[in-house]
Write a protein that binds this ligand. Structure first.
Ligand code: ATP
Ligand code: MG
Length: 568
């Protein structure tokens, strides 16, 4: 295709709101343009990449036995009421009302609709297992849309759902989907990890995420370099660290103006590992409106873990400053478990400390040498509520954990009978018994993949597309073609010959300076570049270069066609 006839509005400058490479390069390269916060127009180059990813996803899913369907974007509220999620989904779900005052949502995911479809069309065990998927627009009113396609509000997802009569059939399908996602990422040529993950509001069972590794990723992955263990930090199990040291006498100490753990530790000249911090959240019980979560000073709360603790109100919500002052009569920086009139949950590593520093529940005072058994009245529940940190022991005993950053592109879930049960789905088995089918669901971020690929595959000049998804196979750069008939003729012929061999070709036929064309070619990132210029043609050659290699090969036009077509 001719560059001059396509809409490829490349830019020299990065958009002001772009913080990461993929956002910058996809806009600068003319792949996408912003419409509104978190929503993007796809231009011809962008669509070509998107369609290549979709094609690979389809091929691998079909190979794994999944069937493609297409479900609506606008979904009736009744189905979400049946599953119980209409009230559980927060403001991320975009809700609307039609002219008859009926309520709908714009699909953030499709469990309800597919389960409803299933119960209408599947009646017999003979039709199971059944694995359905579609590639469709999703809308999630993300609190902070950012990073271009990475965290958009409107995006494209492949979502699949499987239905089974028994666990064995389900486990086979789950393993097949795990293998299928691995195959997709391997085909694209990406460095990725499959990790244990938290299920969020989708399901209660086990789940795995697929992460494309990149520094700009929003997720931390904890993994063991010496075993197969890998988990999203949201999910990774924290092992209780030993609390060494003697039991000390307790002392109340004046700590004026120290509002943070770091400030307290510095003031008292102790390590933050010897301090505890106390976070107050809303409780889900009539005995107490609030509940205290206690962590070692150097640890961070894991909100997903804390949200699953009995007695914590869901979704997890921190008490406001005013709430704390009204209920406890103390400011946020001076709270501690000694004498605290609230139920207490201590992280296992905080609970292991023999002596610790904590707020004294009096403004500007802390206790030094506090001890759980001796000084904290009432029951203290011990649980894993913290994020793992680098160097923590891996839960499988294989040694210290390392961290990587990743971009989540896929997430597969074991749903059990959560939706089939709630929506009253049954299938008759061979003996005529009604069985509630077991479900799995499998999400893949098709549009996020475009950004994830660029995050992993770029350099200072632009994108370096992997062959499998590149918008074109070959970029023919014709130098001064509008002034040289020779260049125009050879470039035209290369374009036609390469196309005849089944390759896709972008022919830069614009009346522009060579420097502009080279800069755009680097920016757009097509994997093979052929430069046609008068100087080379005098010797009968053109220049061939891979986008990811510095080497330039001087070949005749015929030889370059043969090289690219894989003909020896
Ligand atoms: P995240 O933790 O990144 O918000 P999620 O757990 O909400 O993701 P799922 O509900 O599992 O995501 O959705 C399946 C896939 O859809 C994700 O793995 C991701 O690739 C993609 N996805 C989710 N949210 C977005 C978004 N806001 N923009 C682009 N892609 C998204
Ligand atoms: Mg999300």
């Amino acid at each position: 295709m001719k560059f001059s006839q396509l809409i490829i509005p490349t830019l020299r400058e990065a958009p002001a709101d772009a913080e990461i490479a993929s956002h910058v390069l996809l806009v600068r390269g003319g792949f996408i343009r912003r419409l509104a916060s978190g929503s993007y127009n796809w231009l011809p180059l962008g669509v070509r990449v998107l369609k290549n990813i979709e094609r690979i996803v389809r091929e691998e899913l079909e190979r794994a036995g999944a069937q493609e369907i297409l479900m609506p974007v606008v979904q009736p509220a009744e189905l979400w009421r049946e599953s119980g999620r209409w009230d559980v989904m927060g403001p991320e779900m975009l809700r609307l009302t039609d002219r008859h005052d009926r309520e709908y949502c714009v699909s953030p995911t499709q469990e309800e609709v597919v389960t409803d479809l299933f119960r209408r069309v599947i009646t017999s065990y003979r039709q199971l297992p059944c694995n359905l998927y579609h590639i469709q627009t999703k809308f999630r009113d993300e609190i902070r849309p950012r990073f271009g396609l990475m965290r958009a509000r409107e995006f494209i997802m492949k979502d699949g759902y499987s239905f089974h009569l028994d666990e064995e059939s389900f486990e086979t399908a789950y393993a097949a989907m795990h293998a299928c996602y691995s195959a997709i990422l391997t085909r694209v040529g990406l460095d990725y990890r499959a990790v244990e993950a938290d299920s969020g509001s989708i399901g209660d069972g086990e789940s795995h995420e697929f992460h494309v590794l990149a520094e700009s990723g929003e997720d931390d992955i904890a993994y063991s370099p010496t075993s197969a263990y890998a988990a999203n930090v949201e999910k990774a199990e924290a092992v209780a660290l030993p609390g060494d040291g003697p039991v000390e006498p307790i002392r109340k100490t004046h700590t004026p103006g120290t509002k943070t753990i770091e400030a307290v530790a510095e003031f008292l000249d102790v390590d933050t590992t010897r301090c505890v911090k106390t976070l107050i959240v809303h409780a889900d019980s009539h005995q107490s409106r609030l509940l205290a979560l206690v962590l070692r000073g150097d640890h961070q709360l894991n909100e997903a873990k804390a949200g699953r603790i009995d007695g914590v109100r869901r979704p997890l919500e921190f008490a406001s400053k005013a709430d704390i002052e009204a209920n406890l009569g103390v400011g946020i920086g001076s709270i501690g478990p000694v004498g605290l009139p609230l139920p207490i949950v201590a992280d296992s590593s905080a609970a292991a400390l023999a002596s610790f520093v904590c707020g004294a529940n009096i403004d500007d005072y802390h206790y030094v040498g506090a001890n759980w058994k001796r000084d904290v009245a009432g029951e203290v529940r011990v649980a894993d509520i913290r994020n793992v940190v680098e160097g923590d022991p891996a839960p499988d005993g294989s040694g210290p954990l390392d961290f990587l950053r990743g971009i989540e592109v896929g997430h597969i879930f074991k749903l059990g009978t959560k939706y089939s049960q709630a929506m009253g789905v049954t299938v008759q088995d061979a003996s005529g018994r009604d069985v509630v089918p077991i479900m799995g669901c499998y999400g893949f971020g098709v549009s996020r993949m475009v950004a994830a690929i660029v995050e992993q595959c770029h350099d200072t000049d632009g994108i370096v597309w992997p062959d499998a998804v590149a918008p074109f196979d070959v970029h023919v750069v014709a130098l001064n073609n509008t002034k040289s008939d020779g260049v125009q003729t050879v470039a035209d012929r290369l374009h036609d010959d390469l196309r005849a061999r089944g390759l896709t070709v972008l022919f830069d036929d614009r009346d522009d300076r060579p420097g502009v064309k080279f800069a755009d070619a680097d920016l757009i990132g097509i994997p093979n570049r052929i430069t046609v210029g008068d100087r080379g043609l005098k010797e009968g050659i053109v220049e061939y270069r891979r986008r990811d290699e510095a080497d330039v090969r001087r070949l005749t036009p015929d030889a370059v066609v043969q090289t690219l077509a894989g003909i020896p």
